[in-house]
Design a protein around this ligand. Structure first.
Ligand SMILES: [Zn+2]
Length: 309
């Protein structure tokens, strides 16, 4: 009987991944995880594009439960852009997230809006790029759906939709407030963009805080880790990705040639970079070396404690 129960438990996990996407020429959708809870489903991250939100809603219907709560791992629009669509279908559901978005509202959002408007005014934006920009701007304007209704202020056990989860807050990592979850029964870690196989997205990163956050993830006994983008990882996968991350920071912090650091990442993280993406990842790593890891001291400190954001 016990064996049967174990087999059934293995056959029907109490969570489900709705994979994100990262097509060329448009912004990505982060991964979404649906977690079964006594009051319905917890949706962790909501993607950016309508097709992703449609996939979340379809997966929820197939599980036969209402969506009862949203958790946003961080405020980036590829993880929060679908809050409005889900809350249109399930009105007034709570949104859990850090208050780092308040910092973004003063810094990152106005800067990115100004840059996008300049790009449109230049006449170089293709129609689909303009549509994408307009979609992001509409999401940025919809603060009622973007900002959390339940602010995560510290690390600790939290009951969401009737399910007890370990909710972790990393104050300065991929953003100024990254939330990641550990579901003990499922031995599942949901890491958000603290882990992204292809390349760490460092646009709003405090790299040393991020490095520390990976140590906190390593300290929980997860068996499966869902990264912010890309396929689920085993613990061994995570360990090897973390080594690649540390090596990239060490290389960029040293006097090594820029290309050496890029080549190092391509080798160390090779298992996490799909063949179809091998040509575009070196450019991304180079970009993050230039704009974050080897930027001016002021720029490097921008998203760290005391920085302007
Ligand atoms: Zn992301």
């Amino acid at each position: 009987m016990l064996m049967l129960a174990l087999l059934l438990a293995a056959a029907s996990p109490d969570w489900q991944l709705v994979p994100g996407s990262f097509e060329r020429g448009r912004g990505p959708d982060g991964n979404t995880v649906l977690l079964d809870a006594p009051d319905g489903l917890i949706v962790v991250d909501t993607g950016r594009h309508q097709a992703h939100q449609d996939a979340i809603l379809a997966a929820a219907r197939a599980r036969g439960k209402p969506i009862a709560a949203i958790v946003n791992t961080h405020w980036h629009l590829d993880h929060t852009g679908g809050n409005a669509e889900l809350r249109a279908a399930y009105p007034d559901i709570p949104v859990y997230g850090s208050n780092a978005i308040d910092r973004a509202l003063k810094g990152f959002f106005p800067r990115s809006r100004a840059g996008a408007e300049q790009f449109i005014a230049s006449g170089k934006a293709r129609p689909e790029q303009i549509a994408e920009i307009r979609r992001d701007m509409a999401a940025m304007d919809d603060l009622a759906n973007l900002r959390p209704t339940q602010v995560v202020r510290s690390t600790g056990p939290t009951t969401i939709a009737g399910r007890r989860l370990d909710v972790h807050l990393e104050p300065y990592a991929a953003t100024a407030g990254d939330v990641w979850l550990y579901a003990p029964k499922a031995r599942l870690a949901i890491a958000g963009d603290l882990v992204v196989g292809l390349t760490p997205f460092m646009d709003t990163a405090c790299p040393e805080g991020w490095r520390a956050a990976l140590g906190h993830i390593a300290a929980v006994p997860f068996a499966t880790l869902v990264p912010g983008h890309g396929a689920a990882m085993t613990r061994a996968d995570f360990d090897s990705w973390r080594k690649a991350f540390d090596a990239l920071l060490d290389c960029a912090g040293d006097t090594a040639e820029r290309q050496t650091c890029i080549d190092g990442w391509m080798k160390d993280a090779a298992a996490f970079i799909p063949a179809a993406d091998k040509d575009r990842v070196p450019g991304m790593i180079g970009y993050y070396i230039d704009t974050r890891l080897r930027a001016s001291p002021e720029e490097k400190a921008r998203f760290c404690p005391g920085g302007p954001g």
